[in-house]
Design a protein around this ligand. Structure first.
Ligand code: PEP
Ligand code: MN
Length: 338
């Protein structure tokens, strides 16, 4: 940690900072320049309260040197972490595409969706039984019954299932229904109590980026899960809010290489909720794979125009299959497979 004093700092103010650092168990290294005096804090800076130091008289700025996250950081674990989801490996050389509808509707719809997902060559399936809708009057999901329909449909095609958990009170039900991957949606990225609870399980967790979250906040949210003992975390970029109104969210492709540098955990991309229109999905999916994503989360519905939720952005089974073929070419060009 580095404390920069303002230009007219006095010896008394410097002593005040040194004493405060001592209270935090840190040593000081005072460096007096012509323009500025800079104090280097030596020791475990996590013990120091940045805001408290910032409030001391004569202090202009306090800069942390250490990253505020540990377990999820690349420095903690140099190699890429590969997560095993019922035998399907995510985070390795092979790119995984998770396909399926926005929401679980009926058994017939889920059976057809599972067949389409498997026929396209995807090894994992998505579907929301509990839906976070902007309006309380919109369809809220089929709930526990939806989980049952999902499990039944996916089992026939041997597909592990990914579904969103919104309420901590449903966690046991998710575990009883043997949900393979728990999805934490954009609206809950900083629901810290929910993160702590999934951190106590060993289930893989897809942590979607909050719609206005910085990468640092996202990494810290993941650290909440990791701190509880669950290191099976998958980051999912799904677009952030911007000034643009043409599309739903702005896909932050830059976040992919940044995360690959900052964390050892897998990074996937949801092109469906970014674009918000089915015709945009293939282009965004291709960009994500080219930029180094370890996987994709793609909405596909057997009959998109009949979807109960996000009909406009769902691919149909044939479109998903075509997309898989295109992604195969890109994967090969960058030394990966699909
Ligand atoms: C979803 O994947 O179904 C979903 C609601 O996504 P997000 O949380 O990114 O809006
Ligand atoms: Mn959706």
């Amino acid at each position: 940690m580095i404390i920069i004093m303002n230009s007219e700092t006095t010896d008394e103010q410097i002593a005040g900072v040194v004493n405060k650092l001592k209270e935090f168990g840190l040593e000081s290294n005072v460096s007096r320049g012509i323009e500025r005096t800079v104090i280097g804090a030596i020791g475990d800076e996590t013990k120091a309260d940045k805001e408290l130091l910032q409030a001391l008289s004569g202090v202009e700025d306090v800069i942390r040197v250490m990253k505020p996250y540990k377990i999820v950081a690349r420095s903690y674990h140099k190699e890429d972490t590969v997560i095993d989801i019922g035998g399907v490996k995510l985070g390795g050389k092979q790119i995984q595409v998770i396909g399926g509808p926005c929401s679980v509707e009926t058994q017939t719809q889920m059976d057809a969706a599972a067949e389409g997902v498997a026929a396209a060559g995807c090894r994992l399936m998505r579907g929301g039984a509990f839906k976070p809708r902007t309006s309380p009057y919109s369809f809220q999901g089929t709930g526990v019954e939806g989980l049952e329909m999902f499990r039944k449909a996916a089992s026939k095609s041997n597909l592990p299932i990914v579904t969103e958990l919104m309420d901590v009170r449903m966690l046991d039900t998710f575990l009883e229904h043997d949900v393979d991957v728990i999805q934490i949606g954009t609206r809950n990225m900083q629901n810290f109590d929910l993160l702590k609870e999934v951190g106590r399980t060993h289930k893989p967790v897809i942590l979607k980026r909050g719609m206005s979250a910085t990468i640092s906040e996202w990494l810290m949210a993941a650290e909440y899960i990791a701190a509880g003992g669950n290191h099976n975390i998958i980051f999912c970029e799904r677009g952030v809010r911007s000034f643009e109104t043409y599309y739903r969210n702005m896909l932050d492709v830059t976040a992919i290489p940044v995360l690959k540098k900052e964390t050892h955990l897998p990074v996937i991309v949801d092109p469906s909720h970014a674009g918000g229109k089915a015709w945009m999905v293939p282009a965004l999916a291709r960009a994500a794979v080219a930029a180094g994503a370890d996987g994709l989360l793609v909405e596909m519905h057997p009959t998109p125009c009949e979807a109960w939720c996000d009909a406009d952005q769902a691919l149909d089974p044939q479109e998903l299959k075509v997309l898989m073929g295109q992604l195969g070419g890109i994967a090969q060009a960058i030394g990966r497979s699909i």
